[in-house]
Design a protein around this ligand. Structure first.
Ligand SMILES: [Fe+2]
Ligand SMILES: [Fe+2]
Length: 499
């Protein structure tokens, strides 16, 4: 179930309500950005007569002309880092982030800020438009005028192009006070996922891998964890099954940073921990895809390969230029992240050693995220609560008990993102754990319900609230499996809580 769609719970909703129209426009806008992204990429590979291009142009025309029919005209504009469709800011979805990033980078490089379609277009016009766009010189200050000229030469009057508007202070340093924490957290999260993806592809293709960006993102994440960790922790509910390795690395980094913060680490140590966690599985880039994504259990040879990833990760990290000074604990942290406290696990050791602190932290974050994420061989993951219960059962052999206690304090007995049933028969999603040891079972939850218009209610419920007689107004009865209720927790967070 898409939580933004009206359901039986929601009562009657007019499909033509302004909110619904707005969300339709947003969907079409996301679709449009993806189409432009793919069009730009395909046209860089193929010439204008290619069959794949023809097909894709047809699909794109449908999106563009539907929007023009509906809206009369279509303007896609970049202001700072955002896209606006006919004046409405487009919120990017988890799936759409790569396209947003690609399009804004490439338009900005060519100093193009807005494209307006004044009336419907045909295949020839769209082709001319896209080839004119990709052939613009990067950084050319007269690009917009040049573009217009080229369109005019092809007798195209229905498309208009405007230069990028430079917003003052755009290049200014990252300051937490000026921008909304939620927006920054979202940007940092998705940018980090994208950067990890890029890095893994570069390493796999034996290309030069630049990690400076990753380092900067880790620093930003450290600021966010110190300022307001609940937002970043909320982002970990995004468990993207298709992009597991990238998402997983970012989630493990967020959990590790939150644990490091509780252990009183300095900013420098936190940044090192963040980077180590982001790179903990980088050795997997050397394992064939078929093994990583095998739906069945691995045979002996494949398992042997898998067990090498911590060591391969160490080799890669030691060769990464621009990581700057590599503190030994970063390297050891990667090496150790599958070593259990009794030294079972892997790699096999011939001499006794203590599992490093970074290794022990990452191991807890790693296990929790892996268990609570759907995988190709386990499509229905454990609920957050089940994952914690399993980890607690194994704590003496596998995990550092003290660190596990800190982790539970961090995510709560009802971890962030748990779907819970209250004694009032209401449903809620855990938003913030309660850190008071006496009230661990009383987190802050967001009610899962809709108002008369069909919009998700954003009512925040504090479970420590009492009535006049000192009795708790609401309590958790049990956790529910969101998969059974078809509730997509990540989408709910992104759209209704972080949105
Ligand atoms: Fe691993
Ligand atoms: Fe991992």
């Amino acid at each position: 179930m898409d939580i933004t769609q009206p359901t039986a719970q929601s009562g009657k909703v007019s499909p033509k309500s302004p909110e619904k129209m707005e969300s339709d426009l947003s969907k079409l806008g996301n679709n449009l950005v993806t189409k432009f992204h793919v069009l730009m990429r395909i046209s860089q590979i193929y010439d204008s007569k290619n069959v794949a291009l023809h097909q894709f142009i047809q699909e794109s025309l449908q999106t563009i002309n539907t929007l023009i029919q509906r809206e009369g005209t279509l303007s896609l504009k970049i202001i700072k880092d955002d896209f606006f469709l006919n004046g409405q800011r487009l919120r990017y979805s988890v799936e759409g982030f790569t396209s947003f990033k690609y399009l804004s980078t490439h338009w900005k490089k060519r100093l193009i800020g807005e494209v307006v379609f004044k009336s419907s277009v045909d295949e020839e016009m769209l082709k001319n438009f896209i080839y004119a766009l990709i052939n613009l010189e990067e950084g050319g200050e007269k690009n917009a005028a040049l573009f217009e000229e080229q369109l005019a030469n092809c007798q195209i009057t229905s498309i208009e192009v405007n230069p990028l508007e430079v917003v003052e202070g755009e290049e200014e340093a990252f300051t937490l006070q000026e921008e909304d924490h939620k927006e920054i957290a979202k940007k940092v999260f998705f940018e980090t996922v994208g950067t990890i993806k890029e890095l893994l592809t570069q390493i796999k293709g034996k290309q030069y891998a630049d990690v400076r960006k990753l380092k900067r993102l880790a620093q930003k994440a450290v600021h966010l964890i110190i300022e307001d960790e609940s937002i970043l922790l909320g982002m970990t509910t995004i468990k993207n099954y298709d992009e597991y390795t990238f998402n997983h690395s970012v989630n493990v980094s967020i959990y590790s940073l939150a644990m490091g913060k509780r252990l009183g680490f300095s900013k420098k140590t936190l940044t090192e921990l963040g980077i180590t966690a982001l790179l903990h599985d980088i050795g997997k880039s050397k394992i064939p895809r078929e093994v990583l994504n095998k739906p069945a259990s691995l045979d002996e040879e494949e398992w042997g390969m898998m067990k090498k990833h911590p060591l391969m990760g160490v080799e890669i990290v030691l060769n990464l230029k621009q990581l700057g000074e590599i503190n030994p604990r970063m390297v050891v942290g990667i090496f150790d992240h599958h070593l259990k406290s009794d030294l079972s696990g892997y790699p096999k050791l011939f001499r006794k050693k203590e599992v490093s602190l970074f290794g022990r932290i990452i191991q807890i974050a790693d296990s929790y995220d892996a268990m609570s994420t759907p995988r190709i061989y386990k499509k229905t993951p454990y609920t957050p609560e089940q994952a914690l219960a399993l980890m607690l059962r194994e704590k003496t052999v596998h995990f550092d008990p003290l660190l596990l206690k800190i982790f539970i304090g961090l995510v709560g007995i009802y971890p962030i993102g748990s779907l819970v049933l209250l004694n009032t028969r209401e449903l809620g999603i855990v938003y913030k754990p309660n850190h008071d040891p006496k009230c661990l079972d009383r987190p802050i939850v967001i009610q899962v319900a809709r108002d008369e218009k069909g919009d998700a209610k954003k009512e925040v419920i504090d479970l420590t609230e009492t009535d006049g007689a000192g009795r708790y107004k609401r309590s958790i009865v049990k956790t529910l499996d969101p998969h059974k209720y078809h509730i997509d927790i990540a989408k709910y967070f992104l759209r209704n809580i972080l949105g």
